[in-house]
Structure formats: C-alpha cells, structure tokens
Design a protein around this ligand. Sequence first.
Ligand SMILES: [Zn+2]
Length: 346
Amino acid sequence: MQQALVLEKKGVLSLREIDLPTQVGPGDVEIEIDTVGVCGSDVHYYTHGAIGPYVLREPMVLGHEAAGTVVQVGADVKGLKVGDRVCMEPGVPNLSSRASKLGLYNVDPDVRFWATPPIHGVLTPYVVHPAAFTYRLPDNVSFAEGAMVEPFAIGMQAATRARIQPGDVGAVIGAGPIGIMVALAALAGGCARVFISDLSADKLKIAGQYPGIIPVDVTERPFAEVIAEKTGGWGADVVFEASGSSRAFKGMFDLVRPGGAFVLVGLPVEPVEFDVAGAISKEVRIETVFRYANIFDRALELIASGKVDLKPLITGTFGFRDSIKAFERAAAGHASDVKLQIKVKE
Ligand SMILES: [Zn+2]
C-alpha cells in the first residue's frame, strides 16, 4: 500500500493509501517519483469523469507527466542504474503489436497509458515502469523540466508531422499549455516566426515572452487577417490547431498558404465540421497528432542544449500533501496558470 492522489469518481479526489503494483520485472525499473505535472486531461477526468471513450468506472490514481530517480533495476535492464535521474513516457504499448512494429506505437490499440482509465497514474511516491520507456535526464535538466517533457513531446510530434522547412512561417491557434509547446517546437524545428492566437491577454503575454513567438489577440482582429497582412497575403506555411474549440474550424484554411500544412492537435469535445472545399482548393496537407512516438530523446536534447526553455511555463508548484489544492486550482482555470506541478518527494 502507498499514498496516492486518487480520483474516486467525478469531482471527488482523495489522498489515501492504495494498493499498486510493486513487482519489478526483468525489463522494469522502479522509480522514486520527484515531480508530476498537472495535465489538462487529469483535470478533465476530475471535472467530467471521462474523456471521449475513456470513462472512469473505479478509483484511479491521477498524473502522467513525471520525473524521478531510479531506485531499483530489473535483471535485464541495460543503460539505466540506481540513482539515475529520469523522466518517463506514460504510454506503454505492446511491443509486438502491428502498430509498434511500424513505429507507430502511440496508436497501438493496446497501449496502456498512465491515468487513462483503467490504468493508474503516478501521483504516488514509487512506480514501476519499463526501462524502454524511461529516459535519463541530462545533468543540466531538472526534475521539474523532466516532468515537462511529456507535454512538450506533443508539440514536438506536431512539429514533426508538419514537416517544417527552415524559414517557414508558423501559426498556432490557441495559447494554452499545448499551444505554447507547439509554438516552441515549431521554432526549434525551423520556423522563423510563429504567430499564436488566443482570446486571453494573460495567455498571450506568457507566449509572447519567447523571441520568435508573436501573440495575436483575436478579440481585436481575426487571426487570418493578421496572418494575411504579415505574409503578403500568402498565408502561413504550417498551421496548428491547438485549441480544440469548434470555432477554430470556421475559416481555418484562410490561415494556410496554398500547399501548406494544417496540423490538428486539439481534441474537440464534439464532432466538428470543416470546409473540405477550402482545403482542396489550396491542396492543404492535413495531419493529425495523437500523443507522440520516438520523441522523448529528441525533446531532452533540445532542453539540455538550451534551445528550448520550458522553465518559464512552470507557474506554480504544490507539495504532495496539497495535491488536491493543486487540482482545485487547475480546475478553476486561471489564464495565468500554464503548468502547475506537484512535488511528490518532500
Ligand atoms: Zn499531459
């Protein structure tokens, strides 16, 4: 039994003892958790009890953005040792599945993903995880940054799908945590400048602190109008939808240049309609992003190199004992909160 932050049912959290697996298999490591980020998906399970087909039916430990220290290694583990500081990829696929063999392990139907019902998350002091999905942190990358790799990996997957070329102009709809991660990854991937839109001045201010990211307040002017003006009427080379809002799909292809890419990252709650003719007439390449595959090593390279600084996005840290407070704060949705983290190890 160990302490954990348990989502008992929709709207009810408790910090209590729970029975979790402790068996370290030959390919596993045991990790003492240091820091866990609070993710929009964790908060959504808390407030709604479900995300699409994933419905909470019994108590579940929350948390999937984590970093910590290896305290035990399985007999067959090579490349990790006790004392290594690590971060973890929360989705574990079946490595012999057809999707995994194709390198698309993120869309393996059998993937087991932390804090996605019925799989427990990691807001608890110790977890067991396959070494193959555990990544050593470079010495200059903190636990707090390590716990940011997971959301940043989504931005990296989006930038990868966009097939950015050096000097591209990017546009990101939505300046929430994932929108900012996408914009940073697009810059790291070669975009010369990235415009980012939102309704919230607070969110835009946070995004705009990064050189190369240009905030656009859509309460003042339509995003497409600004993009047209700044690109001589041509449009952005790569556009990312990171708001999940159905409103973003209206006129979406006005943002993108002929032959450009439109990458869908945000997950709309309800089915949305979009303008197929608008896409066809520009031969827009539409891409989708579901989590990430083969990204964590490259994300860590970028963070360690200093090319990507995620530290300014960590806007609040709570102790493990205040985990419920952290979730209440996150559920309140303050525009100035980008990433809240929980320091599990006191
Ligand atoms: Zn997350």
